[in-house]
Structures are given as structure tokens and as C-alpha cells.
Write a protein that binds this ligand. Structure first.
Ligand code: ARG
Length: 453
């Protein structure tokens, strides 16, 4: 029987249909159905015989789904309905009892929480793996100099290890965000029923224990309304994608002929269909290009949740596509970044040549004067004058005679020539977190220690 006398409009049915998206929740739906039936029998709400028939049917359903031979039907609107229909087909009247004390509202929230928890944990590991790769690459290029940039203008030289470690710290934070999302998803919604609780003396803590949740959601209304854990995972995905986009962008620049700092392996490059000489960094470009899509998923779910009255509304069905696509995109881009970086090679000479542009030492000369007692603002002006003369006369700073130096300021003496060597610019950055080798070596050890946590 149905309360409706007219059939649904096919157009509405196709709008409402979510099976193509949510079918991938099936392992979680089977697991929670198992835990739920077991609890119902333990509390005497269904008989042990009914439970056994349900569990046998669920076992078959699981195999059919795993082997891709589950007989989906046209009226299966979502994975929950499909599984319940099949369990009832297989177990007869007992199957009709699986949905006792359960609503699709707490059911879908539970499936999604399980999905988010699993994938947040897995992505935290994947983020860590990429960070470890970066630490290894940094260690192999410990004292390779390259220019550090601001505004994409050569600013101050740094070691490649130091530059790569900057990404490691981003990823350390990303791992933390993934772990946070996993914890947010670690409380059981099931048992809330449609929204108010159920008319049976259920044992939610047993179900939580069975499914490996740390606890149960304390409020049935919150249990079915909440998708914060999905927002948290999307937030973590959005930030890590943004980080990968910056890495991708630098790889694109560095592997250009203009920079020539690195070369990607053939396995991670594309050729051109027209220009035979080309080796394109498509993978770096895709790291860059995929990020807005992930950030878009975060914005879209905020849009879905915004001003949504409690409790369940069908709007919430729109949560999954965003979460799944973000997770898929981050999964493949993290793996690709790892593959691309671990097989890339760097060009020490090109980087060193770019880093030995003497004008890069301008700040160091200014600091040289500061150490002799000149206020920084004044020394900044003196050095600006020096650099300007160097440009006008097309002569490097190291070719200035002592007299010429003194003409700019009497405190400029032969010490300036020592400041104008690449090694000294790098090795003078001894402050904590700076690029001097002692500091980078400490940082490498620190990064490894943090990644072990
Ligand atoms: N397919 C639905 C979703 O993903 C399942 C929950 C349906 N609940 C309901 N009350 N109609 O949100």
C-alpha cells in the first residue's frame, strides 16, 4: 500500500535518484545493518532467528555487491533502499525487520560518517607519505642553492632543502586537519531514528562499539542534521589541494626552459601532439588546476547547509557528490605529486647561477652596515644607491673599488667583498628557522620527528 494514488513523475524520479552517487556507500551500509540487526536481537526487539536470517541475507548482498552482480532494480532510488529490498527478497518477512527502529535519516548520516572517518584517516596517511618523500628529496639536496623569490623576483638565496621543507610543514598541518575531520566523524548518529529517537529500548553504545565509533551523538536532532564532519573533511581537502596547487605551479616554473631548475621524468611528463621538442609538465599544471574544484566542493556544501532548517531535508542528499569527488581528487593528486617529485631531477648549476646574482646580497650589505651601527632605514638607502649605480654602470657590485664604495658611505670597507659571496649570504642566515645549513639540518630532524607522531 502507499498513501499516493498517482505514480511519481519520471522527471521528478530522475531528479530524486541518488543511487549512482551513493552506491559506493554500500560497505558501510552493510556493516551498519549488521551491527543494527545484532543489537536489535541482543535487546530482544527481534528474534535471534530473524537476526540470523538477516545476517545471512546481508552476507549474500555483500558478496553480490563486491562482485558487481547485485541485481539493482529501476525503483532502487538509493543504496539504502536497494540493500533493504534485496535483504527482504532473500530473507522474507525477517528481512522486513531490518529497518526496525531505524530511519534513512540516521542511516545515511551513519554511512557518511563511516566513509568520512575511513577516508580522513587514509588521507592523513597519504599526506604523511608525500611529506616523507619531500623530506627525502630535501635531504638529497641539502646544500643546493637557489634563489628565494618574492613577487617572483629574485630576493634572497636559500637552499633547495629549506624551500622543500616549507611544503613539509604545510603537509604536517594538512595531516592534522585530516585527523581532526576523522575525530569529528567518530561519533555514531544511528539510533536517532527520523529525528526524535525511537520507540524501542535500543543499545546505541553496542552499535557504536561494533562499528568502532568512539561514542554516540548525544542529541537525536543533531545526529540527523549534522554534516559538520563532511565540511571538516572538505576543508582539509581544500587546504591540501591549495598547497598542492602552489607546489604544482612551482614545478611548472622550475621545469621551464627559462628557469631550468628541474627536469621531470618522462613518466610524469607529456609530449606535444604538434611540437616534437616539447616536454610538458602537465602533472604540475593539473595539481594547480584541480585545486579550485576541491575548494568549490567545500563552498558548495556550505551552500547546501546554509540556513537549512533542522533536521533532515533532501538538500542533504547533495552532500555526497561533493565529498566523494573531493576525496577522489585529493587521493589522485597526492599520489601524483609523490610520483612526480620522487622521480624529478634538479639542475644544481642552473639554480646556483641564478642564486649568485650579486644584487641578491643587497639586504646582506645593508645588514653589514647595521652591524657597524647605522640604523637599518639609512643603510637601506645607501645600498639602494649602490645597486642603482651597479645597474647604471652595468657592473657587478664586487667590481666596485674601495673608493667607490666609500663614496656611497664611509662605513663601507673591504668587508663588503666577503659579504658578496654566495656561501656567505646563505650561511649567515643562522636565526632559528633560517636557511643556514645548521638550521636546515635541525629542521630536517625536527620534520622527521613530527612526522613520526
Ligand atoms: N538518499 C538519501 C540521502 O542521501 C537518503 C536519506 C533519505 N531520507 C529521507 N527522509 N528521504 O540523503
Amino acid at each position: 500500500m502507499s498513501r499516493f494514488s498517482e505514480p511519481q513523475d519520471p522527471l521528478f524520479q530522475s531528479l530524486d535518484y541518488s543511487l549512482d552517487v551513493d552506491r559506493r556507500l554500500w560497505p558501510y551500509d552493510v556493516a551498519q545493518s549488521r551491527a543494527h540487526a545484532t543489537m536489535l536481537a541482543a535487546r530482544g526487539i527481534i528474534s535471534e532467528d530473524d537476526r540470523d536470517q538477516i545476517l545471512t541475507a546481508l552476507h549474500q548482498v555483500e558478496q553480490e555487491l563486491a562482485e558487481g552482480r547485485f541485481p539493482f532494480e529501476d525503483d532502487d532510488v538509493d543504496i539504502h533502499m536497494a540493500i533493504e529490498r534485496r535483504v527482504t527478497e532473500l530473507a522474507g518477512r525477517a528481512g522486513g525487520k531490518i529497518h526496525t527502529g531505524r530511519s534513512r535519516n540516521d542511516q545515511v548520516a551513519t554511512d557518511l560518517a563511516l566513509y568520512v572517518r575511513d577516508h580522513a584517516v587514509r588521507l592523513a596517511d597519504q599526506v604523511e607519505a608525500l611529506a616523507r618523500t619531500l623530506v627525502d628529496v630535501a635531504e638529497r639536496h641539502l646544500d643546493w642553492a637557489l634563489p628565494g623569490y618574492t613577487h617572483l623576483q629574485r630576493a634572497q638565496p636559500v637552499y633547495l632543502s629549506h624551500h622543500l621543507l616549507a611544503y613539509v610543514w604545510m603537509l604536517v598541518r594538512d595531516r592534522e586537519r585530516m585527523r581532526f575531520a576523522a575525530r569529528q566523524a567518530d561519533v555514531l548518529p544511528l539510533g536517532a531514528g527520523a529525528l526524535a529517537g525511537v520507540n524501542f529500548d535500543t543499545d546505541r553504545t553496542q552499535v557504536a562499539r561494533d562499528l568502532g565509533f568512539a561514542g554516540v551523538v548525544p542529541n537525536s536532532i543533531d545526529a540527523v542534521s549534522n554534516r559538520d564532519f563532511a565540511l571538516d573533511l572538505l576543508q582539509a581537502c581544500a587546504v591540501v589541494s591549495t598547497h598542492l596547487s602552489r607546489l604544482g605551479a612551482e614545478i611548472v616554473l622550475w621545469s621551464s626552459q627559462e628557469f631550468g631548475f628541474m627536469e621531470l621524468s618522462d613518466a610524469w611528463s607529456s609530449g606535444s601532439s604538434l611540437m616534437p621538442q616539447k616536454k610538458n609538465p602537465d602533472c604540475g599544471e593539473l595539481l594547480r588546476g584541480k585545486a579550485p574544484r576541491v575548494v568549490g566542493h567545500l563552498a558548495a556544501l556550505h551552500g547546501v547547509m546554509h540556513a537549512l532548517p533542522l533536521t533532515y531535508n533532501k538538500d542533504l542528499q547533495e552532500d555526497k557528490e561533493h565529498v566523494f569527488d573531493a576525496v577522489d581528487t585529493v587521493t589522485i593528486t597526492l599520489a601524483a605529486a609523490d610520483g612526480m617529485l620522487s622521480t624529478a631531477s634538479f639542475n644544481r648549476d642552473r639554480m646556483a647561477a641564478a642564486a649568485s646574482d650579486e644584487n641578491i646580497a643587497a639586504t646582506d650589505i645593508a645588514d653589514f652596515l647595521v652591524k657597524k651601527g647605522l640604523p637599518f632605514r639609512e643603510s637601506h638607502g645607501v645600498v639602494a644607491g649602490l645597486v642603482r649605480t651597479s645597474f647604471e654602470q652595468k657592473r657587478p657590485l664586487s667590481s666596485f673599488t674601495l673608493e667607490e664604495l666609500k663614496a656611497h658611505h664611509e662605513l663601507l670597507d673591504e668587508g663588503v667583498y666577503g659579504v658578496l659571496s654566495q656561501a656567505s649570504w646563505l650561511e649567515s642566515k643562522v636565526s632559528l628557522g633560517g636557511t643556514a645549513l645548521v638550521r636546515v639540518t635541525e629542521q630536517l630532524a625536527q620534520a622527521r620527528a613530527v612526522l613520526d607522531l
